[in-house]
Ligand binder design. Sequence first.
Ligand code: BG6
Length: 437
Amino acid sequence: AAKKNSPLIVGIGSGANYLASDIPALLKYTRDCAVMQDGEIAIVGKSSVEFFDSEGKPIDKKLMHITWDADSAEKGGYKHFMKKEIAEQPRAVRDTLSGRIVDGRVHLPELSLGDEQIKNIGVVHIVACGSAWHVGMTAKYLIERSAGILCECDLASEFRYRHPVVRENDLCVVISQSGETADTLAALREAKNRGAHTVSIVNVVESTMARESDDVIYTVAGPEIAVATTKAFSAQLAAVYLLALRLSSAVGRIDEKEEKHHCDALLRLPEQIEQVLENEELFKPVAERFSKASSIFFIGRGLDYSISLEGSLKLKEISYIHSEAYAAGESKHGPIALISEQTPVIAIATQSNIIGKTLSNISEVKSRGAKVVLMCSEDTVIKENVADYIIRIPQCDELLMPILAAVPLQLIAYYTAILRGNDVDQPRNLAKSVTVE
Ligand code: BG6
């Protein structure tokens, strides 16, 4: 076996040895494995495995013993992995935060930059694909707003070919559940070659991005099997909140009291996600309506825009219904031409500083016949007839609302896909990790 670019795992069993592209595929045969690195070669026999480097010199590979409990890679009584993973989000967020908030302060030793180096950061380049890119969009907003550091958020497939302007004192953050996505990995290498300090936020230990970046902030969501990410997405959001707070306190934009306030809000999130999950019956009527639609729009502003992108992608990925998310303020610059009688629109309005504008965008689309589902916090006062259906989520620190807003959108996509009879865990044409261009 030879490993180049795509992941390759060697499973060491008793009386048999295995090759696989991903650890969960091995778990029913063995828990002991070696993660191959680019250029390495393995000669795998029935009772022996030898490893060599790219020059053919024998090497000793460190074996990993996988400790995930058996049902982690099984459905655990749920109909679909996606439903199980949606339900695991409180624990994924709790475990990702665990040990990283100490006495009301962010404790993130994985980021090897000290306060002075953080103060000297020029630009934070955030690069990812798919849902991870939506986390990056959220991170850009958080870091600029709370740390005052300029952020770029790029799709990896664009970043890697656009000759990006990356300098020595820049920070490049790549976000990836698998840690193997080809475009994101190439972007990481591009940023590194240009001298940036690189940090990967990944969910798979020893993944290629984890090994090749200067620093690694692991999300602790456990193995994610469903192609459409949910718990890893929420765990990534928790990780970028921690990063944004770490940067903010390093540059002195927040004092210890403010940091504690935000940390306390973070620690309350798992139980608030539980509250949203308990209301899942409320989201089914939306799925009923959506399942008959041919095109669905998501709108929001600021943090609500990045989450509307995620809601739209979730729906597309598993229900196969055309969907589009756009910044609510953009309605009048074209998209509103697509709104006709009964067009479903989900409007996300969780940010009090901008909700008035989003409400006026809602009346724009409603007056043209759209059927509007409004998502807002439980504390928001909404006049009669503003929307056709309202989804309310618990009120929390407004910067953290995306984590709570994502859950109803995941469940709406999930139930819509089921109503359409689709394979929720393995949607057509998609792969869990795209390790080729
Ligand atoms: C897609 C997945 O193939 O890749 C998405 O279906 C994911 O869920 C995207 O967001 C990026 O993958 P990763 O592993 O880099 O987060």
